[in-house]
Design a protein around this ligand. Structure first.
Ligand SMILES: C[S@@+](CC[C@H](N)C(=O)[O-])C[C@H]1O[C@@H](n2cnc3c(N)ncnc32)[C@H](O)[C@@H]1O
Length: 312
């Protein structure tokens, strides 16, 4: 693998295809195209009538999707965010017609592996971390101006990092004499500011995760994506979501549970559970990667797949 080339192995691939219950003539949406691992597998199960739209906010993913769209007339690629999912579906006139939607959230392997993207504390690159580098501000720009208290809150809540205060202070003290512009600079600074370390985990892991989630507004995007995906699915359609850390999985789990419960009425109301108008049925339990997949793809370690079927 070179510095500028990276593959992405799709996680929980068989499990995702089973979850989506692919109908050969159906309409599908891959909300996280990435390098198209899941999309290609979905296409391999579709007939000539079947259709798939891929969505991603990352221009590199879009370039890959455009190549696939040239080869396969059943496929279209769209650049956009989860919060634009419903608009994009309306443009395709697919509202209420979609049989299955996949959200394989988080970052792709190329985003992490290519030093220039600035996501990795293991490689030196510009401190960017934007999934779409043409929009919003980079991590370096944010760290240059943000209040120390805001930096601390982000690192503590989105990184679940107990040394958030010390790290935020070290960032603010450093930037007074030296701008923090590279991933290595930030990783070294966090390392020095952390009084203890977890086994097998670089001390900057949590801080990088936190800043990345903040810069890309990932949790609000996820909430919007879940809402909009459910709105545009056909009745009987499936929504499959793969998340990679507890903050994301908690949002998915709660959203599915609330939608499966239906109207929020006091327990003493004299009605049965199905009179509460549940919007979805939860399909099975959370699914994790098996031993065999983990042996070939360590990044599948923290992946969790959850599935719902739309009822109304
Ligand atoms: C884990 S990768 C998906 C990999 C893909 N399933 C594959 O097999 O190649 C996640 C992708 O989702 C995209 N993404 C993450 N959050 C997004 C959002 N809010 N809107 C649009 N795309 C997003 C990222 O840019 C990234 O390419």
């Amino acid at each position: 693998m070179t510095e500028n080339h990276s593959e992405h192995l799709p996680v929980l691939l068989d499990e995702t295809l089973t979850a989506l219950v692919i109908e050969a003539d159906g309409f599908y949406l891959d909300g996280t195209f990435g390098r198209g691992g899941h999309s290609r597998a979905i296409l391999s199960q579709l007939s000539e009538q079947g259709r798939l739209v891929g969505l991603d906010r990352d221009p590199d993913a879009i370039a890959e999707g455009q190549k696939l769209a040239k080869q396969d007339p059943r496929f279209n690629i769209e650049q956009g965010e989860f919060s634009q999912l419903s608009t994009i579906v309306h443009e395709h006139l697919w509202q209420g017609k979609i049989n299955g939607i996949l959200l394989d959230i988080g970052v792709s392997s190329p985003q992490l592996d290519i030093a220039q993207r600035g996501f990795s504390f293991q490689k030196d690159g510009p401190l960017d971390m934007r999934m779409d580098p043409t929009s919003g501000i980079s991590a370096a720009e944010w760290l240059a101006t943000a209040d120390m208290a805001d930096i601390e809150v982000v690192i503590k809540t989105l990184g679940e990092e107990r040394y958030g205060k010390r790290i935020a202070r070290a960032i603010v003290e450093t930037r007074e004499h030296t701008p923090i512009t590279t991933t290595k600079q930030l990783a070294t600074l966090v390392d020095k500011a952390s009084p203890s370390r977890e086994r097998n985990k670089h001390p900057a892991t949590r801080t990088f995760q936190a800043i990345r989630i903040y810069i890309n507004n990932e949790l609000d995007e996820l909430k919007a994506g879940l809402e909009q995906a459910l709105d545009v699915l056909a009745v009987g359609g499936r929504l499959a979501v793969i998340s990679f850390h507890s903050l994301e999985d908690r949002i998915v789990k709660r959203f599915f549970r609330d939608q499966a419960k239906g109207d929020d009425l006091p327990a003493y109301f004299p009605i049965t559970a199905d009179q509460l108008n549940p919007r979805v049925k939860i399909i099975g339990k959370a699914i994790k990667a098996g031993e065999q997949e983990l042996a070939g793809n360590p990044r599948a370690r923290s992946a969790v797949l959850r599935i719902v079927e739309k009822l109304a």
